[in-house]
Design a protein around this ligand. Sequence first.
Ligand code: PEP
Ligand code: MG
Length: 612
Amino acid sequence: MQRSKRWRAWSNASLMRTDDGSQGAAPDEQRLRGIGVSPGIAIGRAFIGDRGPVTVTETAIPETALAAERARFAEAVAQAQKQLRRLKARAAALPGSAPDEIGYLLDAHLAMLANSRLVRGVHQRIASARINAERAVELEIENIAKSFAQMRDSYLAARVEDIRVVGSRLIRNLVKKPYVTYATLDEGAVVLAEEVTPADTALMDPRRIGGFAAVFGGAESHAAIMARALGLPAVMGVAGLATRARSGATVIVDGAQGIVILDPEPATLEAYRARQEALIRERRHLGRLRRLAAVTRDGVEIRLDANLELPVELDQALANGAMGLGLVRTEFLFLNRDDLPDEDEQYEFYAGLVRGMGGRPVTLRTLDAGNDKLPDALASSALPDAANPALGLRAIRLSLKERRLFDTQLAAMLRAAREGPIRILLPMVSSVGEIRRTREALDQVARRLRRRGVPVAEVMPPLGVMIEIPGAALAADALASEADFFAIGTNDLIQYTLAIDRSDEQVAHLYNPLHPGVLRLIEFAVEAAARRRIPIGICGEMAGDPRYAALLLGLGLRELSMSPGNLPRVKHRIRHLDMIAATRRAEAIMDQSDMGRIAALLDDFNAMAELG
Ligand code: PEP
Ligand code: MG
C-alpha cells in the first residue's frame, strides 16, 4: 500500500498540479540510472509532464447522434484499457520494486474502466443530459468525488485521486490531445514523464524545455530520435523516476551518461555547470567544420546529408553544412491533429523544404505511419488494433491500401518537384511489387495533375526504397532492378534482424548495430546496389554516430544521412580517416563472428585514426 501510494503521489502531482514538494528539510541528492538517448546536459526545475489537465468545453449532442457519442466514449475506454495493459506489460520487467508499485496502480485503474460506476455514469449522462462525452466524464468525476468526500474516509479519498487520473486519461483519449502541455513552462524546465511519445516531442520547444527523462523508452525509439533532432538532452528507461520525482525540484539530466540527478548537492551542480559550458565550447569548435568538405585523408569525398523530423531542423541542416536532405520523415505533418493534411498543405511544406535547400537534393519519404507513430486521423479506421503493430499495416503497406491518402501525398510531392530536385523514398518495402505499384500510382497521379492543368515534369523524380526489413536486404538484387536508389534504415533493420523492439528499454542492451547479422545485411545491400549501379546511402541512427563511420565507409557506403546535430562530429571523424585502411579494417571485421571482437577492432581503429 505504502509503495503504491508513492507512485500515486507522482501521478497526482501531475494530474492535479498539487505539488507534493512541501516535505520539510532539503531533500538528499538522488542519482537514477537510465539509457542516455540524446547527449547534452540539462539543469532546471522538474515538470511532471504526463498529465497536464485538458480544457473541456460542453457541447449539446442531438438525439440522433447520441448513439455515436456513446460509441466514441466506448472507444476511448477501450483505448485506455489498451494503454494501461501495455504499460503494465512493460512495467513487469522493470527492476526493483517498480513492477509491484506500477502494477498495483495500473490494475486499480483497469478495474475502474470495467463496467464501473464511472463508465456507467458517463454513458447515462451522455444519454440523459445530451452532452459530449468528455464533458460527461468531467461531470461524472466531480459527482463521484463529491459523494466520496462526504464519507470522510482516507482510503476512499485516495480512490478519488485514482478516478481523476483515469478520467484524465479518458478525456485525453477523447479529445485526442497529446498528454502534455508545455506552453506555460518556466524556461529551461526539465520534463519528467512516464512515457514521452513522438507526438509529445514534436510539441517540445527547445527554447523553453531543457531536456527530459522518462520511465519508458529506448535509444532508437522515435521519441529519442526526435530528442536528438531537437538537441534536447534526454534519458529514458529510468525506473526510479516514478517514485522519486518531485514537481518543481532541481534536476539534472545527463543525456550522454544516462543519469538523472534529483535535488543535486551544490558541488554536483557546480561540476555539471562546468561540463555544460565545456560542451558548448566543443560545439562551437566543431561548428567551424561547416564549410569544409567531408573528405578522407586519402581524398575520397563523402556525401553528408541531414535527416529532418521537424521543420525547425532545416536551419540546423544548413548551419551544419548538409549537402542535402537524405531523409525527410513526413510523419510529423500528420501528428497532433484530428484531420489529415490536404494536398495543398503538404505541397507548401515540401516546396518550402526544396526552396530552403536552394537546389540541394531533398529526399521525401512517404508516410511511415504505424507502431509508435500513429496519426489520430488514422488510428481508428486505417490502423485497427493489431496484435503486432510493428509487423502490421504500416508504412508503404498502409499507403498502398489507403490510396487516397497515398495519392494526395504523391501529388503534393510531384508538385514540389517543380521547385527543385527531389527524390521519393518508400518506407518498409519488402517486395518489388510494392515498387511497381507505387510507380503505377505515381503515373496515375501525374496524369490527374496534368488533367487539372498542373504542369508536371516529364521525368519522374527518382523512386527509392528503404532497406530496413531483413528480407529486403536479402532480396536487394531484385529490389535494385526496380528502385532508383537505396537508403538503409538501420533502426528498423536492427530491430527486425535481432527481434528487438527499438523502443523497449528492457531489451535496449541487446540492440547492437555491430551484430554480424546486421553488418552482413548492410554489406549485401551495398553490393547489390553497386552491381546495379544505383546510389545507396544510410539514414538510420548508425550513420550519425562517429564510432561507425570508418566501418560504414569501409563497407563501401559513400552517403550518410543523419540528424543535423551529428554532422560536425561525423565530418570530423571522416577527415581523420584513411579510406584504404578503413576498407581493410572493415574486411577484418567482416571475418569476425564475435560482437566483442568486432567492437574492439573498430574502437581500436578509431583511436588510432584520431591520434594520427
Ligand atoms: C530506420 O528505420 O533506420 C529509419 C531511418 O527510419 P525510422 O527511424 O523513421 O523508422
Ligand atoms: Mg524505419
